[in-house]
Design a protein around this ligand. Sequence first.
Ligand SMILES: [Mg+2]
Length: 129
Amino acid sequence: MGINILIVDDSSVMRTMILKTLRMSGLSLGDIYEASNGVEGLEILNMRWMDLVILDINMPVMNGEDMMIRMKANPEMRDIPVVIISTEGSKTRIDGLIKMGAIFIRKPFTPEIVRDAVNQSLRSGVSHG
Ligand SMILES: [Mg+2]
């Protein structure tokens, strides 16, 4: 069984780059879904089982921070691991997301960095039950 992943980023170029990187990472992938903001991302999480969310921070309509806050408030979504990929420079903002359980990757990234972050987030998801 592969890992079902939801990629949430307002840049279609970045979503494609993340997808390519995932394919090069050696991870066993299941179904990959894409959303361009937090509202679309939550809609997909309501409909489909995801093992992991890869999340941008700066997006229109609903940003990654607000999406993650909503995920944590929803018992059906709160245990889904989140990997943040962003150029975000605010340490306060990043620390807040890490406190909520996210793993943070700064752009630019390599397949190895993405693979390690995904594996780490899936492990921590399991340990929290
Ligand atoms: Mg963005």
